[in-house]
Design a binder for this molecule. Structure first.
Ligand SMILES: NC(=O)c1ccc[n+]([C@@H]2O[C@H](COP(=O)([O-])OP(=O)(O)OC[C@H]3O[C@@H](n4cnc5c(N)ncnc54)[C@H](OP(=O)(O)O)[C@@H]3O)[C@@H](O)[C@H]2O)c1
Length: 272
């Protein structure tokens, strides 16, 4: 039986996507750490849509997680026809002051596990000459971002990696897509610690900043999937931003962002 596997399915964009895929009658394998939430979603989606839903509770910031997930799908005979590598975490603040262990765990989750999942699930897709892999990057993939340096660099990696493999996969009938959301209202900032005291200047106020909801982002992802896009930026304003960023040197963007972050931080530190 064919399944779509979604990582980071317990919250935010991944959860919204899983719910929309269930409406479209995809059988699902849900992956995240929160087993309780995944079990609840399994029960609800199976009852509501009459589909098969399985889940694997796994921590993709651990080096052996992708292998364990792949082995479980093989043992259970779940044919993974589509894979959405959506799980990801951010980090914010002055790089030298951040925990090195957390930065390296971010790279394991956002990059190494994504590469491992792509590698493991791509092989059977190539043999079947069919399949889809969607890697979720970010607007942060398109320029360096001071005070979010590791996160932005991790998403730049996802972009370059996915664009290259997408072309390699053309002759095998396997569709790869790089999907880049912009600011989306989820738990992302809280999980990344971007709302803490040191990095408050990085957080965007959802009341005033232009953002999409997770449901809007999931809808755009599905439209891009339906039309077999290899590269897709979610949100009209983000697409415009992407075009503008492409015209500017990275050094200029980085300097501007660093200055505006320091200015914002200084304003926040002033006694009112
Ligand atoms: N929100 C934004 O503004 C935004 C903008 C651009 C790109 N993105 C990208 O969109 C993707 C989804 O983000 P989101 O906004 O939906 O974030 P979110 O609401 O924080 O959800 C993140 C999901 O990833 C899972 N996850 C986190 N760490 C994990 C780990 N170590 N192992 C396995 N699963 C893990 C979480 O589940 P558990 O906690 O249960 O593990 C959750 O299901 C990320 O790749 C992010 O970089 C987000």
């Amino acid at each position: 039986m064919k399944y779509t596997l979604v990582t980071g399915a317990s919250a935010g964009i991944g959860e919204a996507l899983a719910r929309k895929l269930a409406q479209r009658k995809h059988n699902l394998v849900l992956v995240a750490r929160n087993a309780e939430k995944l079990a609840e979603m399994r029960k609800q989606l199976q009852q509501q849509y009459g589909i098969q839903v399985a889940f694997i509770a796994a921590d993709l910031s651990k080096p052996d997680a992708a292998d364990q997930i792949f082995r479980e799908t093989q043992q259970q005979n779940w044919e993974i026809d589509a894979l959405v590598n959506n799980a990801g975490i951010g980090s914010g603040g002055e790089f030298a002051t951040l925990s090195l262990a957390s930065e390296l765990a971010l790279l394991q989750l956002n990059n190494a596990s994504l590469v491992a999942m792509t590698h493991l699930f791509l092989k059977p897709m190539r043999e079947r000459r069919r399949g889809t892999i969607i890697n979720v990057a970010s607007m942060a993939a398109f320029a360096p971002i001071p005070y979010m340096a590791t996160y932005a660099a991790s998403k730049a990696f996802v972009r370059a990696f996915t664009e290259a493999i997408a072309e390699e996969c053309q002759p095998y009938g396997v569709h790869l897509m790089l999907f880049a959301p912009g600011l989306t209202k989820t738990n992302f900032n809280e999980s990344a610690g971007i709302n803490n005291e040191k990095s408050i200047g990085l957080s965007s106020d959802y009341q005033t900043a232009v953002h999409q909801t997770a449901e809007e982002v999931a809808d755009e992802l599905l439209q891009a999937w339906d039309t077999k896009k290899q590269f897709y930026v979610s949100g009209r304003r983000n697409r415009l931003g992407f075009r503008l960023v492409a015209l500017m040197p990275h050094t200029t963007i980085a300097r501007y962002m660093a200055r505006s972050y320091r200015k914002k931080l200084a304003q926040q530190s002033l006694p009112s």
